[in-house]
Design a protein around this ligand. Structure first.
Ligand code: ADP
Ligand code: MG
Length: 488
C-alpha cells in the first residue's frame, strides 16, 4: 500500500531517524539472535544497520560486499520474520552494501556488548574446569569434532580408531595411542573423541590434559603433600586423555604417577587416550610405560596429501564462512605441504587481509602472504601474477656510456676516429654488445660510430670475439658489463 503522506520518521531530523532505526534494528536483532548460532550471528550481523525505509521495504546496510549473498541466502527469511514482528508494515528486506558502517558505533550496534555470550558469563576466560576437588581438565574445544575432521590416507586409521573409541570407550582400543608430527591433527582427534564421548554420555567424567599440565599438578601435589588425594581423584575418571606425552621425558616422578594412574584406570576398563610426536618405542620414557602404551591400539597421523589438504581447506573456509575462490584454495593446498596448522594460518591471514582491504583473496594476494610468512613456496612469479622486475633493454647510447665509464674513456673518443689501443677495445666491446644484445645491424652500428663502413664493424666484432676466446680477463670484463646493463 503506497501512501502519499510521509511517515513521521521521514521528516524527523537525521539524528533522530538514525536513533529510531537503531532502536528498531536492536529489537529485530534480539529476535534474530535466538534463531541463529551465536558465532554466526556475531560474524554476520556485526556492523549492520537499518539504512532506511522505502515503502514496505526495509533497507539493511551491510559493511562488506561479501555478506550480500550470504544474507540473501541464509538470513533474509529470519530477518523478515523478525522485522514483521516488530513492525507489521514491513513487507520485504532489501540489502545494500555501505562500507562506512564498518567501525561506526553511532550507526551500528555492538553485538558483543548487547548480546553477551551466556557461556562466557558463567566461565569468564577460563581454560579449565574443575571436575571435582583436585581434578582439573582443560575445556574441550567444541570446534573439534569427528564430523569436521577430514579423513584421508594420512589419518584414516587414527580417525577410525577414535571413532571406535567414541562408540565404545574402554573397549578393544585401550589405550589408544596416536602419534605424528606437529600440526597434523592429534589434538583435534583427541578432543573430538572426548567431545563425542560426552555427547553420547554427558555424565561421564572426561579429563583432557596435556603432559605439561599433568606434570604441574603432580609437582604441586608433591609440594602440598596432596598426592594421595590427586591419585584417588584420578581413579574416578572415566576417560583420561593426555596430549603430547613426549614432554614426560626426564620427569621420573610424574611418569611414576602416571604409570599408577594408568594401571588403575586400565584395570577398571576405563579408556585412556594418549598422543605423542613419535611412536611409543622411540619415546624417552620408562620401559614399563612404553610397554603399556604398546598394549593397545597405535595409529599414526602423517602429512596429508593434496586432496586431503584441499578438502580440509574447503571445510575450514566453510566453517569461517569465507567465500574463497576454488582456484585460490587449490593454490594454497598445492603450495602448503608441511602441516595443517600452516594451511589454516594462511587461510586466516587471507581473512585478515580481506577484512583490512575489503578485497577477495586472489592467488596473487595469497602468494604475497606466503612470501611474507617466508614459507618458501615453490611457485613461479609469473604463475601467480607477480610482475618480473622489468628489465628494460638499454639503448645503444646507454651501452656505449656504460662501456665508457667502465674503461674510463670518453664517449666521444670511442665513437670518433682515434685508433689508439685503449680506445679500440672499448669501441669493439660496444659494437659486439649492440650486435649481440640489441640486434642492431652492422650498418646502423657503423652510423653511430662516425659513419664507419659496415664491413669495418663486422671486422671489429669478429676480432673482439676472437680475443674473448683467449683472454679470460676480457671475457670477464664483458660479462661484468653485460650484467651491469641487465643484458644477462
Ligand atoms: P597437532 O595436535 O597434531 O599438532 P592439531 O590437532 O592442533 O595438530 O591440528 C592443527 C590444526 O589443523 C587444528 O586447527 C585442526 O583442527 C586442524 N586439522 C588437522 N587435521 C585436520 C583434519 N584432518 N581435518 C580438519 N582439520 C584438521
Ligand atoms: Mg597438539
Amino acid at each position: 500500500m503506497m501512501s502519499s503522506v510521509s511517515s513521521p520518521s521521514a521528516i524527523a531530523p537525521t539524528a533522530v531517524k538514525t536513533q529510531s532505526h537503531r532502536d528498531l534494528w536492536l529489537e529485530i536483532l534480539k529476535i534474530i539472535e535466538k534463531e541463529v548460532i551465536r558465532t554466526q550471528f556475531v560474524t554476520w550481523f556485526r556492523d549492520t544497520a537499518i539504512l532506511g525505509r522505502d515503502g514496505g521495504n526495509l533497507i539493511i546496510g551491510l559493511p562488506l560486499p561479501m555478506g550480500l549473498n550470504w544474507h540473501m541466502e541464509h538470513y533474509r527469511g529470519v530477518t523478515l520474520t523478525a522485522a514483521k514482528e516488530c513492525d507489521e508494515t514491513i513487507e520485504n528486506i532489501v540489502y545494500k552494501v555501505d562500507g562506512s558502517l564498518k567501525d561506526n558505533p553511532e550507526r551500528t550496534i555492538d553485538l558483543l556488548v548487547q548480546f553477551q555470550d551466556p557461556k562466557k558469563r558463567k566461565l569468564p576466560n577460563k581454560q579449565e574446569v574443575k571436575m571435582t576437588e583436585g581434578l582439573i581438565s582443560k575445556i574441550l574445544n567444541p570446534r573439534y569434532n569427528l564430523e569436521n575432521f577430514i579423513v584421508g590416507g594420512s589419518n584414516r586409521l587414527a580417525q577410525a580408531a577414535c571413532q571406535a573409541v567414541a562408540n565404545q570407550p574402554g573397549g578393544k582400543y585401550n589405550p589408544l595411542f596416536l602419534y605424528g608430527g606437529v600440526g597434523l591433527g592429534k589434538t583435534h582427534l583427541l578432543q573430538a573423541t572426548g567431545n563425542a564421548i560426552l555427547k553420547n554420555n554427558p555424565s561421564s567424567s572426561v579429563v583432557y590434559t596435556t603432559s605439561e599440565d599433568f606434570t604441574n599438578q603432580v609437582v604441586e601435589a608433591i609440594r602440598t603433600q596432596k598426592m594421595d588425594k590427586i591419585r584417588q581423584r584420578y581413579r574416578l575418571v572415566d576417560i583420561l586423555i593426555i596430549d603430547d606425552v613426549q614432554f614426560l621425558a626426564n620427569k621420573e616422578r610424574t611418569q611414576e604417577e602416571f604409570f599408577h594412574t594408568f594401571n588403575t584406570l586400565y584395570e577398571e576398563r576405563k579408556q585412556v587416550i594418549i598422543s605423542a610426536d613419535r611412536p611409543p618405542q622411540e619415546l624417552d620414557l620408562e620401559d614399563r610405560l612404553i610397554s603399556r602404551f604398546e598394549r593397545g591400539m597405535i595409529a599414526d597421523v602423517s602429512a596429508p596429501d593434496y586432496e586431503t589438504r584441499l578438502a580440509i581447506l574447503v571445510e575450514k573456509a566453510k566453517a569461517y564462512q569465507l567465500f574463497i575462490d576454488m582456484n585460490v584454495l587449490q593454490f594454497i593446498a598445492e603450495h602448503t605441504t608441511r602441516n595443517i596448522r600452516e594451511l589454516e594460518g594462511i587461510l586466516m591471514q587471507a581473512v585478515a587481509q580481506y577484512e583490512l582491504e575489503q578485497s577477495m583473496p586472489t592467488i596473487k594476494s595469497i602468494a604475497e602472504i606466503m612470501r611474507k610468512l617466508n614459507k618458501d613456496p615453490n611457485f613461479e612469479d609469473e604463475d601467480v601474477g607477480f610482475e618480473k622486475p622489468k628489465k628494460r633493454r638499454p639503448t645503444f647510447q646507454e651501452v656505449i656510456e656504460a662501456v665508457s665509464r667502465y674503461y674510463s674513456v670518453s664517449v666521444n673518443d670511442m665513437i670518433g676516429p682515434i685508433r689508439k689501443h685503449e680506445i679500440l677495445i672499448p669501441r669493439q666491446i660496444s659494437m659486439i654488445l649492440g650486435k649481440k644484445h640489441l640486434n642492431l645491424s652492422y650498418v646502423s652500428i657503423g652510423e653511430v660510430f662516425s659513419g664507419r663502413d659496415h664491413t669495418t664493424v663486422m671486422n671489429a666484432v669478429s676480432k673482439i670475439e676472437d680475443k674473448m676466446q683467449n683472454d679470460h680477463n676480457l671475457l670477464r670484463e664483458v660479462h661484468a658489463l653485460e650484467k651491469e646493463l641487465g643484458l644477462v
